[in-house]
Design a protein around this ligand. Structure first.
Ligand SMILES: Cc1ncc(COP(=O)(O)O)c(C=O)c1O
Length: 466
């Protein structure tokens, strides 16, 4: 890494260079074993004589900070760097807005545990790494321009329009698709393009916290709307809502699908009040029987539904690939919003994904993964019915990567803590409350845990619940 050095005081070049290099070693910016630039190169960069740099290197070597290795160069001496290298963090009058206080980023919650029942994680072992490596490597070659389209690579937008059309009956052409870095970025773009600070956004309660936090950070007012066995309660929607964000195909975190009459009622309500409907369809390519209900987007005749999909569950969340399907009136604004917030995605990876879809590899991966997840889903459903009936009432669900159950008796938070002490991690339903009273229950994610480990995980949980 290139070290930043300023030689403003031209009267004491040697002293100034010496102090800056020594401080960089002492505060750990230059790490043990790291190579310093050759004297000739550093002298040229700093517009000083080579002799000046040589004198400084020699002095630092004599004092034990650096060592010269014959024929190899000058390096930071192993013993020169205090461990851990730290400097005091600067005091500052700056404070984040209140909306950011008390939050925890997801990686902070993902400590390694022997039995992982946390929702939201697909099985990283199932991913076809060989194919993906081949496709990405094939795209890493020189191109004429190195700047991508903010809406995404055209071949990928084509492929996504087909994928969403075939697997989810979404009505879209390539021009309706904006490729995003996951659903989270799609939500950000929608807020910027369609909503004003102070607008009310209705979200399901319990619901998906990152969406609510994002909306709040944009100055929107978030109101939780209760859900029941048929999904979001349309009769409880706030009359002043400008937008509704929901997960109708597999409610997060409860798991039930929104019924068809409810979907129609929501679209009707949204049309009468001129409300934006944001449909998050994050994991329903994995279905385990039952007739899928059509997405709101394909029932909508009014062009007010924005459909969001993601490859986080289908492939892996680390790839940060998702998309948004929007009506033509929004295309250019969404494209510009993407442009000014993050320019564009990663064109080589987007091209690889287009081929992954076009060569049928995504469909094959979904088919294979679905079989694996379905077994886990059935195992948990059967165990809940057979062994947990006194405490847990499963919420019917036939899709995605998690299954939830309401809990009677002990508090879900205490149960989850006790389970963690036994090596089992899972989320309490009450973690997902927005503004309504929390629902007491447990979310069983089966993306990360193998079928072999499930019996032991459930056995330990049973032990905690007795
Ligand atoms: C409701 C919901 N939406 C979206 C996502 C995924 O979002 P992204 O595409 O940003 O990874 C998740 C992941 O857990 C989710 O639970």
């Amino acid at each position: 890494m290139e070290l930043h050095i300023t030689l403003d005081d031209r009267r004491d070049l040697t002293g100034s260079l010496y102090r800056q290099l020594r401080d960089a070693v002492l505060d750990g910016r230059l790490r043990a074993g790291e190579a310093l630039p050759p004297t000739r190169e550093l002298a040229r960069r700093l517009a000083v004589s080579r002799g000046t740099v040589s004198v400084v290197y020699e002095r630092l070597a004599a004092e034990g900070y650096l060592e010269a290795r014959v024929g190899a160069g000058t390096f930071v001496r192993e013993s020169a760097v205090p461990t851990p290298a730290r400097r005091p963090s600067a005091a500052s009058p700056l404070r984040p807005r209140e909306v950011w206080t008390g939050l925890r980023a997801w990686p902070d919650r993902l400590r390694d545990v022997p039995y992982d029942l946390r929702a939201g994680l697909p099985d990283t072992r199932l991913f076809p790494y060989e194919s993906w490596r081949r496709l990405v490597a094939g795209e890493l070659r020189p191109k004429i321009y190195d700047i991508g389209d903010p809406a995404g690579l055209p071949v990928l937008r084509e492929a996504i329009a087909r994928h969403a059309g075939v697997s989810r009956s979404v009505r879209a052409s390539a021009s309706d698709v904006v490729v995003t870095s996951g659903i989270q970025q799609a939500l950000d773009l929608i807020g910027r393009v369609l909503l004003e600070p102070g607008d009310v956004v209705a979200v399901e309660d319990p619901g998906y916290p990152p969406a609510a936090t994002l909306f709040r950070s944009q100055g929107l007012r978030v109101t939780g709307v209760p859900v029941d066995a048929e999904g979001l309660r349309v009769d409880a929607l706030p009359p002043d809502a400008r937008a509704v964000y929901l997960t109708p195909s597999h409610q997060f975190p409860m798991g039930m699908p929104m019924s068809l009459p409810r979907r129609r009622a929501l679209l009707d309500w949204a049309r009468r009040r001129d409300v934006v409907v944001i449909e998050d369809d994050y994991d329903t390519e994995f279905r385990y029987g039952g007739r899928p209900v059509e997405p709101l987007q394909s029932l909508d005749e009014d062009g007010r539904v924005l459909y969001l999909g993601t490859f986080s569950k289908l492939m892996r969340p680390v790839l940060r690939l998702g998309y948004l399907v929007a009506p033509p009136a929004l295309h250019e604004a969404l494209r510009m919003a993407r442009h000014v917030t993050s320019w564009h995605g990663d064109p080589p990876v987007q091209a690889a994904l287009a081929r992954f879809i076009d060569e049928g590899l995504l469909a094959r991966h979904i088919r294979r993964s679905r079989r694996v997840y379905e077994e886990r889903h059935e195992h948990i459903a059967a165990a809940l019915a057979a062994d947990f009936a006194d405490r847990l009432t499963p919420i019917p669900s036939a899709a995605g990567l998690h299954l939830s159950a309401t809990l009677s008796g002990p508090s879900d938070i205490r149960t989850v803590r006790a389970a963690e002490a036994e090596g089992v991690a899972l989320f309490p339903l009450s973690d997902f409350a927005v503004t309504e009273p929390p629902v007491n229950g447990l979310v069983f994610g089966y993306g990360a845990i193998t079928l072999d480990d499930l019996p032991e995980a459930l056995h330990r949980l049973r032990h905690v619940l007795t």
